[in-house]
Design a protein around this ligand. Structure first.
Ligand SMILES: Nc1ncnc2c1ncn2[C@@H]1O[C@H](COP(=O)(O)OP(=O)(O)O)[C@@H](O)[C@H]1O
Ligand SMILES: [Mg+2]
Length: 439
């Protein structure tokens, strides 16, 4: 049995060593992750030796005064108890909460598997429709469960990193860091935010968030999974899914557009309405009418995929890395600027090389033709290295690193920049050889 080590006190989270025993019961085995709201550990149990727990250590870095600390402590206790009352197959059970050495901890069911984010980084985007529909079905179900609590719970931070996939194909929502009880009638809830690209516009202080904010995020996620488009590139402005990917039929694309409308009033009124509309559209309806009441049986992708011929094999060669896009990238992105500056530079320098080369072949590099060549070479002599440097900057930027198009453009920019300089050297050599002949 491991010896008890005192958990480190103080503001730092994520620093609990292995074998540390919390509450005389939970033995820290490894750190699973760390983010803005704290750190998560896997822990074994001294009482139930066969069980693993996921223990969340809450960050207190933003809390300063003693009064605030007291408020935070109460908010945490309240939230833990609210979470413990939930019971849904797509949520990890919350079983305990405690404070130790000045820090608050939440104990929950350990979910085996990996996050959807990790899965997508490995497997690429877009994902086959049938699989996406099955994830969507489960997510819509659990979000509807949260929204239908007496005090509706808005998840607020739906994104691949907060979704776990179990080895049995089950989806579980994790990270209730910013899920808060939603109080109807409250003018503006301040503890909002989320993740840029996935969060609805009203989560940025413009109004009250409600179930429709989660509808927005689920719509964004659906769009990304089906098209491969990176929503963080153009927050609040998703191109129509059918335009990004020809595999997404118009009715489906229209449903996604309605869910991700920047005006909450134009989105679906509930998760159920969103889900029904989506499966209606997928079942081949030409237009959709959001269902107002339940009871109807909709074809689920399991039993009736939208169109099996459109479902791409799991590991299809066109599979793109996470965040890569089918869309032409932002024309003003660094990678794109580098590509076009590089291509223009190498083209002009090639023309200049031809002129000087032609003159050199004719044995008269002092001719007007060669003179034009030298003058013409000045512009790419400057712009080529500029394109090269922009390309390198773009390639190391994290945005470009996530998109295939971006990487390709930056590489073209760098290659053409280098080619421009090589051609310039060639001109120099020809001019030099002329000088030698003259002497
Ligand atoms: N219940 C759980 N079971 C297994 N792993 C978990 C669980 N909760 C969180 N994790 C792991 O911990 C990481 C961080 O968890 P999360 O709750 O998203 O915290 P945050 O985003 O605040 O860092 C996740 O990426 C996941 O790998
Ligand atoms: Mg998280």
């Amino acid at each position: 049995m491991p010896t008890a080590i005192a958990a480190p006190a103080g503001p730092i989270t994520g620093a609990i060593p292995r074998q540390t025993v919390l509450q005389d019961r939970y033995v820290i085995a490894e750190k699973l992750g760390q983010g803005g709201m704290g750190a998560v550990y896997r822990a074994s149990d001294r009482r139930l030796s066969t069980i693993n727990w996921a223990i969340k250590e809450m960050s207190q870095s933003a809390i300063t005064g003693p009064l605030e600390r007291q408020q935070a402590r109460e908010a945490f206790r309240h939230e833990a108890e609210m979470l413990a009352a939930l019971n849904h197959p797509n949520l990890p059970r919350v079983t305990d909460h405690f404070e130790q050495d000045g820090k608050a901890y939440l104990v929950m069911e350990y979910v085996p598997g990996e996050t959807l984010h990790t899965f997508l980084v490995r497997e690429g985007l877009p994902q086959p429709q049938q699989r996406v529909f099955e994830w969507f079905r489960q997510l819509a179900e659990v979000l509807e469960y949260l929204h239908s609590q007496d005090s509706p719970i808005i998840f607020r931070d739906l994104k691949p990193a907060n979704i776990m996939l179990t080895p049995h194909g089950q989806v579980k929502l994790i990270d209730f860091g910013i899920a808060r009880l939603f109080k109807p009638g409250q003018a503006k809830d301040t503890q909002a935010f989320g993740t840029v690209g996935y969060s609805a516009p009203e989560q940025y202080g413009r109004g009250q968030t409600d179930a429709r904010s989660d509808i927005y995020s689920l719509g964004v996620l659906l769009h990304q999974l089906l098209t491969g488009y990176d929503p963080t590139l153009t927050p609040f402005r998703l191109p129509p899914a059918s335009q990004v990917s020809p595999n997404v039929p118009r009715p489906l694309s229209d449903v996604i557009a309605a869910a991700t409308d920047s005006d909450p009033g134009r989105r679906f009124i509930s998760m159920r309405a969103f889900r029904d509309a989506l499966f209606n559209a997928a079942a081949g309806a030409q237009s959709f009418v959001p269902a107002q009441s339940g009871g109807a049986v909709y074809a689920r992708p399991n039993s009736q995929p939208y169109n099996p011929s459109l479902v791409q094999p799991y590991d299809h060669p066109g599979s793109q890395p996470f965040g890569a896009s089918d869309m032409p990238q932002n024309p003003l992105s660094l990678a794109n600027i580098s590509r076009w500056v590089g291509i223009a530079s190498v083209a002009i320098m090639a023309l200049a090389t031809l002129m000087v080369g032609g003159a050199a072949a004719a044995g008269d590099t002092g001719s007007t033709l060669a003179g034009f060549g030298y003058v013409l070479a000045f512009l790419p002599l400057v712009s080529g290295p500029v394109g090269l440097v922009i390309g390198i900057v773009a390639l190391v930027s994290s945005k470009t690193a996530q998109t295939l198009n971006g990487k390709r453009s930056a590489t073209i920019g760098i290659a053409t920049g280098i080619a421009t300089l090589l051609l310039c050297c060639a001109i120099g050599v020809m001019a030099g050889s002329f000088n030698n002949v003259e002497r």
